[in-house]
Design a protein around this ligand. Structure first.
Ligand code: NI
Length: 217
């Protein structure tokens, strides 16, 4: 068993309020937090694209998912290409958010898109500057934890400062799903997973699902 699964079986941790990503929901766009489970109605081509994308995303047990990512200092074409590639991968995976660490790149970049037709957002070196006291618990999935859905309690409102892919400062006041996704993805940049933010019971059950999946693979 990898060190990181041992870690998650012990107790929760950090406080770094951050958020998550759901998987998908092409068929039902508003399902807030979606199922990593394959919706049965996915057409074969979409399903194949999704499988190919998921194969490029690091999954539980990979130590990179437990690594704290470094700040980005260079805002060049290579970075913008990376943003575009992550956006495509996220779309193919039917995710709403993706952090660079999930593709094995240990720097502080995340992308997300909460509205299907919306523009891709890229946040670089994001910091939660403020989060409201009010929290909400919702079920979250994660592209790196196939088959796992757990309840995660997070602040409903956050204000985040970051840089865009051109190095320009941006400030985002987010609520609801957008706030949740941003917090989930920032967690990834800190090596934190939804397993760390749920109840002991749900974490145990999730570990069982992950172990079974790994044995079946
Ligand atoms: Ni995730």
């Amino acid at each position: 068993m990898s060190p990181d699964s041992v870690y998650t079986e012990t107790d929760p941790q950090p406080e770094a309020a951050t958020e998550h990503e759901h998987t998908p929901a092409e068929p039902e766009p508003e399902a807030g937090v979606e199922p990593e489970r394959e919706p049965p109605e996915l057409d074969p081509e979409t399903a194949a694209r999704r499988d190919a994308a998921l194969a490029q995303i690091r999954s539980f047990g990979d130590p990179v998912l437990r690594t704290r990512a470094r700040p980005i200092e260079r805002f060049d074409d290579a970075l913008r290409d990376e943003v575009a590639r992550m956006g495509l991968l996220m779309d193919d995976a039917l995710g709403v958010g993706l952090a660079a660490t999930q593709v094995g790149v240990v720097h502080r970049l995340l992308v997300y898109r909460v509205q299907q037709q919306g523009a891709l957002a890229a946040l670089i070196n994001p910091e939660v500057e403020w989060s409201g006291r009010e929290t909400e618990s919702m079920e979250e999935g994660c592209l790196s934890l196939p088959g796992v859905l757990v309840d995660v309690d997070r602040p409903i409102y956050v204000r985040v400062r970051a840089l865009n892919e051109f190095g320009e400062p941006i400030m985002i006041e987010a609520s609801g799903l957008e706030a949740r996704v941003i917090q989930h993805e920032i967690d990834h940049l800190d090596g934190v997973l939804i397993l760390d933010r749920t109840s002991r019971e749900q974490r145990k059950e999730a570990m069982r699902v992950l172990r079974e999946a790994q044995q079946a693979a």
